[in-house]
Ligand binder design. Structure first.
Ligand code: XIL
Length: 591
């Protein structure tokens, strides 16, 4: 019996995660290009292992060909959405995201459009281009979360300091009548008009390592960002081998330069081709090198929270473009032709379980106002981009002492080594209460941890107060969380009367007279140490009460105020704690 229990324990501890599960803990989409009825035979339908591997191992799919021009728009007046729809339906049935590929490419165009280009005017090409983008993006509106809007627009050789574009029917043969990168820009504008919520990507190859082609791409997207062209990200294709692949430092530098512009980066088409024998078999040593290459590239992605998706170009060696396009090479994907995991799968999961999460000081903000920069004792803060944590939301829990626990499913945040009471934890977003012990300090060293893996540290200034009022919709502005005198929620349809007393919920009020225990639920009294006043409309009010909110975790501040008479409607509400004002944009409804 003992022995049996022992086995149970350790099998559970070592139980292998899937790529998808490991990715969920990194707030990272793990994707694969997939085939549907545009391939013959249709593996999604004909091969149970294709479908089951795809849905258990991946959280995102991208049609390998089904949404390209030649597949989806085979005749000028005919669209064929069926294969794309099949993939979208599969993704939705398995809670996966669909990434759209692509709306514009120099290759894979249907004969009718290349024939048309031989004689058409740029104006005709522009209208065909717009119709296509609008029709396809509209068809998948709300279903495709991100599009490769333009694929491979850049030349392989670039002039120093300039941007050279590849010849194509959309650029210059005859083109749509735009100069320079204008056709790329136009495609983004039309895609955005058709689905303003879709993330729009520029996708390119041979831009993973620093060099002239990367510089040209960076210049193009930098210009787009500066001029407000609707672009959200860049896709790095990553078709590589075990030799000559980009260095970790070079790739990290490129990703950093892109994310510094506010763009996301997706690794979109990774495969690692190996020399194979006539039966398509690679050597065991090469498979190990391949595993290391996958691990190395994924590690660089994990080291920058702006790298938000990691996708391979297919997932099984049974269906891969490599043998056909690179004779003598193959075995490029994480699963073999029988759908067995190759060494790459374990190495990728290993990277996701061990690469330290990133703590970006700029992403640690007040939980009510989302303002960052400095922290106050007792402030509820949210750390965004926390790229290691539970794959689904874990809410606050009380420990055996009745205190709000500082450890939620293995997630902890530390200030000068003191574990902070946790409000919630989710990969990508962790919230906690700044311990009161920082009040004696000028600055505090912040760090967080998941499953025993520590992030880097960041040092933040400590301020006596950083007040912010909670917004009703958690957006940081609009109607505040305010209770009317009868304890009902203040809303535009339930406004407070002039002369009545309201209770405003806020955080960042600093210390409490007599001290407050970290993580304790507040009793019904106590007072902030710093003076608290407020303005409602243009009327200044002194607080009737300003202290811990009864029943809430210490750090949530309640401020009771008398509603001025003579004001009606949504009035601006500001708290002033120790001379520091809460965020603007919060309102209270008055009748
Ligand atoms: C390839 C597909 O894998 C093939 O099946 C097809 O015949 C040609 O296109 N870069 C891209 C992808 O952006 O769309 C390409 O996909 C591979 C190179």
């Amino acid at each position: 019996m003992r022995r049996f229990l022992f086995i149970l324990c350790c099998t559970a501890l070592l139980s292998a995660q899937t790529l998808r599960q490991a990715g969920a803990q990194r707030a990272l989409l793990i994707g694969a290009a997939a085939d549907a009825t545009d391939a013959n035979p249709d593996p999604l339908v004909k091969e149970p292992l294709y479908a089951s591997t795809l849905e258990t191992q991946y959280s995102m799919l991208e049609p390998e060909n089904a949404m390209k021009w030649a597949s989806i728009h085979p005749a000028q007046t005919r669209y064929n959405f069926q294969p794309g729809d099949e993939l979208v339906a599969f993704a939705q049935a398995h809670q996966m995201q669909t990434r759209g590929h692509n709306l514009c490419w120099w290759s894979y165009n249907p004969a009718w459009v290349t024939n048309l280009a031989a004689t058409a005017t740029p104006a005709t090409m522009a209208s065909v281009f717009q119709d296509h983008i609008n029709t396809v993006v509209t068809h998948y509106k709300g279903q495709v979360f991100a599009w490769d809007v333009v694929n491979e627009a850049l030349s392989d050789s670039q002039p120093a300091g300039g941007i050279a574009l590849k010849d194509s029917i959309w650029y210059n043969q005859p083109g749509i009548g735009a100069t320079g990168t204008g056709y790329v820009e136009q495609a983004f504008r039309w895609a955005h008009a058709a689905d303003p919520n879709a993330l729009l990507f520029y996708n390119e190859y041979s831009v993973e390592a620093p060099g002239a082609k990367f510089n040209a791409m960076l210049a193009m997207v930098k210009d787009f960002v500066a001029r407000g062209v609707p672009i959200n990200g860049v896709g790095l294709q990553m078709h590589i081998g075990i030799t000559g692949s980009p260095s970790s430092a070079g790739l990290a530098q490129n990703i950093q330069q892109l994310t510094a512009l506010g763009l996301q980066v997706h690794i979109t088409e990774m495969d690692v081709k190996l020399p194979v024998d006539s039966s398509g078999v690679a050597s065991a040593a090469d498979l190990q090198s391949q595993a290391q290459t996958y691990q190395r590239i994924l590690t660089v992605c994990l080291q920058n929270p702006g790298c938000t998706a990691f996708q391979t170009w297919g997932f099984t060696d049974k269906h891969s473009w490599i043998p056909g396009s690179y004779p003598g090479f193959g075995a490029a994907l994480p699963f073999d032709a029988s759908y067995q995991a190759k060494p790459a799968v374990a190495s990728m999961i290993g990277a996701m379980q061990t690469v330290p999460p990133v703590l970006n000081a700029a992403a640690l903000v007040n939980a009510a106002s989302y303002k960052g920069g400095a922290v106050a004792p007792g402030e509820l803060v949210t750390l965004f981009q926390a790229n290691y944590g539970p794959g689904s939301l874990v809410g606050a829990q009380l420990d055996s002492n009745g205190l709000v626990s500082s450890n939620l499913a293995g997630t902890q945040m530390f200030f000068d080594g003191i574990a902070a009471p946790s409000i919630y934890a989710l990969a990508g977003q962790v919230s906690a209460v700044v311990p009161y012990g920082v009040s004696s300090k000028q600055q505090t060293v912040v760090q967080y941890e998941y499953n025993g893996v520590l992030s880097n540290t960041a040092t933040l200034p400590v301020v006596p107060s950083a007040p912010a009022i909670f917004a009703l919709d958690a957006s940081g502005s609009g109607p505040g969380i305010v209770l009317n005198q009868d304890l009902s929620l203040n809303t535009s349809s339930n406004p407070a009367a002039g002369g009545s007393v309201i209770a405003v919920l806020a955080t960042g009020g600093g210390t409490v007279q007599g001290g407050a225990t970290d993580g304790a639920l507040a009793p019904g009294a106590g007072n902030q140490t710093l003076p608290v006043t407020a303005t409602i409309g243009n009327v200044t009010e002194t607080a009737v009460y300003a202290g811990p909110a009864p029943g809430e975790v210490n750090g949530v501040m309640q401020v009771n105020l008398t509603v001025p008479t003579g004001l009606t409607g949504a009035q601006p509400l500001i708290l002033i704690v120790g001379g520091v004002s809460s965020q603007s944009g919060i309102t209270v409804a008055i009748k």
